[in-house]
Design a binder for this molecule. Sequence first.
Ligand code: NAD
Length: 260
Amino acid sequence: MIALTGKVALVTGAASGIGRASAITLAEQGARVALLDLDEEKLQEVKETIMSSGGECIAIKTDVSDSESIKESIETISSLWSQLHIISINAGINGTFSSIEELSPEDWTKTIDTNLTSTFLTVKHSIPYLKAQGGSIIITSSINGNRTFSNIGMSAYSSSKAGQMAFGKMAALELSTYGIRVNVICPGAVDTNIESNTFRQEDKLKEVAIPIEYPNGNQPLAKRSAKPEEVADLIFFLASDASKHITGSEMFIDGGESLL
Ligand code: NAD
């Protein structure tokens, strides 16, 4: 069954990792997909992948932390396809790992703006186009949003992820009036560029404070990181009518990592 025929989806962070997999899955399920990311070259690769399988999509270079940039992109989508039904928010960075004492205010702001302010801006500018017919917003946060076991040196990242969880609940309540559902997903380690970047900074993490084992492989279910496609399946579920009575939830997708 093609579950999303007739739906229009906007996917941020679509050039890589979870956003890329989400865009491909939503397109396979019949949605027309708008791919938003800063990285034009990689966006093009995703666009070609979707189109070569018969999917319909457009790619728009967007800085989601910039209000005008995301607003203009959403206006472009709306002028092309009139409606908007699904918003999959994935753009993000993990920023610089550092002790709080050494973390610069600029690095703090960059991480919060890229991960959290962008979430607010994407939702805010989408509302006018979702209001008439309702829709589904899926925010990709992280298990780091409410746990500390892997967070040492990651105060800005973890704060941005906790902020997304709180924002998701507020948005779910406020937008329920319009039949707009908002859910937050919290992956553990996923095999993407951001995860590689985490490992590149692993020495820095260890140097900051208490020695820790970053929990790659510590996912009890499979002893490996998740694949982006596995996270995309959850995004698809939350985008589809199979989840039509679910809003305001936080769903962990971590192979049990957060149980440790
Ligand atoms: P990724 O690095 O593969 O993809 C992130 C994408 O966001 C990139 O294509 C990047 O260009 C884009 N991006 C960054 N800043 C942007 C901006 N200002 N405007 C537009 N696009 C921008 O990483 P990923 O793992 O796919 O991350 C997606 C989300 O999943 C992030 O929010 C991340 O925090 C979250 N997450 C990832 C993991 C993991 O282990 N990979 C775990 C938990 C949560």
